[in-house]
Each structure stands twice: as C-alpha cells, then as structure tokens.
Design a protein around this ligand. Structure first.
Ligand SMILES: Cc1ncc(C[n+]2csc(CCOP(=O)(O)OP(=O)(O)O)c2C)c(N)n1
Ligand code: SF4
Length: 254
C-alpha cells in the first residue's frame, strides 16, 4: 500500500484500495453490493484510526467470509445470532468498537429476535444490514424483505401477499425502539450514495464509541446471481423497484 502511494501523484488520486483490505480475491459475484460496502467499512475504520480497537462480528450468508478480506479482529456468529454475540463482546470490552455485518435473511428472518432485543437493550454496537431482498448464499430463496411480485426460488410466481405477507421494513420497526440512536437506509450504487454512506457509517461508529445506543445502517443492495441479472440491470431494477418500498434516508438520529 505504502509503496503504491509513494509512486503516484497523490493530488490526482481518485481511488486507492483501503489499507485494511488485504490482497485476497473476494468470492462475490460481479455487481454484488457486498464488496462496495466492505470497502467503505474498511475505509471508515482506518480513517477513524480504529484498526486496533475494532471487533467485527461476521454472520452467515454470502458475507460469511468477510474476515478473509478486512484485516481487523473478527468473530463468526451462528446464523442470526450476531447481535447477541456483539452484545457479549462489547460488554466485556467496552473500549472496543463492535459491529455486526448481516444479510436480510440473517437479520430479519432467523435473527429477528436477537436484532430487536439488542436494539431494545440499546447495546452500544453498530449493525450493518445488507438488504438484497433475497437469500443470496443458499440459492436465491424468498426473504422477509423480498418485494411483492418478485420471483425467487421459493416463490417462482412472485411474492404473493396472501401466501407470504408483506415485505418487512424492519429498519422502520427498529427506529421505533427506544434503545436505537441512529437508523439510516443507504445504498452504494453511485458516487453520491457511496459518499453519504461513508459519512453515516462514521457517525454510527462514533455513537458506538460514545455509548449512545444501537446504530443500524441498512444498505439496499444488489444480488446479481439471486436476481439473475447483470450488474447494470440489477442496479436499475433495485433503484426502480426496491427504493419505493425501502426509501433511502435517515429514519432516526437522536
Ligand atoms: C441455523 C441455520 N439455518 C439456516 C442456514 C442456511 N443459510 C445459510 S446462509 C442463509 C441465508 C443467507 O441470506 P442472507 O442472510 O440474506 O445473506 P446473503 O447471502 O443474501 O448475503 C441460510 C438460510 C444456516 N447456515 N444456519
Ligand atoms: S449470490 Fe448474491 S449476495 Fe451472494 S455474492 Fe452473489 S450477488 Fe452477492
């Protein structure tokens, strides 16, 4: 990293690999949002000089191997249990910055109880929530966040209210809980959204360090393989179909 920076003109620098991202090649599909969010997380931790103080809780789903890419301390949690594990880690290490990184299957299906109760206790942690409206890792099954009429492996005719209920806007529920201090819905499909996401992540990490309560940053994300779309198609589809159900913006900031 240092040798690259030493040989380029820093004034003209528009992109560089975050210092905390190692050279392992990620397993993500082209066009998947996970990689972009990983980069942001790595950048923000380094910018805030929290490299030695951060403990990430990896969950189950496509991002299960996040610990192979970002060089900080990690613990792997069983599917859905990341907020419970984060609770223990933060309580035992109050000076550490503790965050979870979870998909919508992990956070809003099997882990609903852990998520709600960690927020209700106001644990001083950050929850990074990747909502791609599908179970990516296991082959594209319906998630609670799947939008109406969206076709998945387990609702091939499209999500139907009478059979499957409504898409779960779980961040709106979490914003109602007293223990949460920051709940925001973001995305990473453009320079503008990426810059905004970085700022809000920084705020969330500061909250966790100053004991303000639980911060949740939801990223409306693409799953090119699960949706069976090219990266460009997936981003266009997401903007057109997901953002009306999951509008971007701050839901709570106290
Ligand atoms: C207790 C348990 N139940 C089910 C599974 C199978 N499983 C692995 S990943 C996954 C869903 C992943 O979807 P999501 O959390 O949305 O993450 P994504 O892969 O889309 O990033 C499931 C059901 C498991 N590993 N453990
Ligand atoms: S299956 Fe979906 S969520 Fe998983 S890496 Fe591929 S695009 Fe990303």
């Amino acid at each position: 990293m240092k040798s690259i920076n030493n040989t380029i003109n820093l004034e003209n620098l528009v992109y560089t690999k975050p210092s905390l991202m190692n050279s392992n090649i990620t397993h993500y599909c082209p066009g998947c949002s996970h990689g972009v969010v990983h980069k942001l997380v790595a950048e923000v931790i380094a910018n805030m000089n929290l490299e030695e103080q951060t403990i990430g809780i990896a969950s189950v789903g496509c991002s299960v191997f996040i610990y192979n890419y970002i060089d900080i301390d990690w613990i792997g949690a069983a599917h859905g249990r990341a907020p419970a594990v984060a609770t223990a880690v933060k309580r035992l290490n109050p000076n550490k910055m503790v965050f979870t990184y979870q998909g919508d299957g992990d956070l809003a299906a099997i882990g609903t109880a852990e998520t709600i109760h960690a927020c209700n206790r106001g644990e001083n942690i950050v929850i990074i929530f990747i909502n791609n409206a599908i179970y990516g890792m296991t082959g594209g099954q319906m998630a609670p966040t799947t939008i109406l009429k969206m076709q998945t492996a387990t609702c091939p005719y499209g999500r139907d209210i009478s059979l499957n209920g409504y898409p779960l806007q779980i961040s709106n529920i979490l914003a109602q809980i007293e223990g949460t201090c920051l709940v925001s819905r973001e995305a990473v499909f453009s320079t503008k959204t990426i810059k905004k996401s970085k700022k809000i992540l920084c705020k969330a990490f500061k909250n966790a360090m100053s004991g303000k309560g639980t911060s949740i940053i939801e990223f409306i994300s693409t799953c090119t393989s699960g949706w069976k779309m090219s990266p460009i198609q997936a981003n266009k589809w997401m903007i057109k179909n997901m953002l009306p159900i999951y509008p971007l913006g701050v839901l709570k900031d106290k």
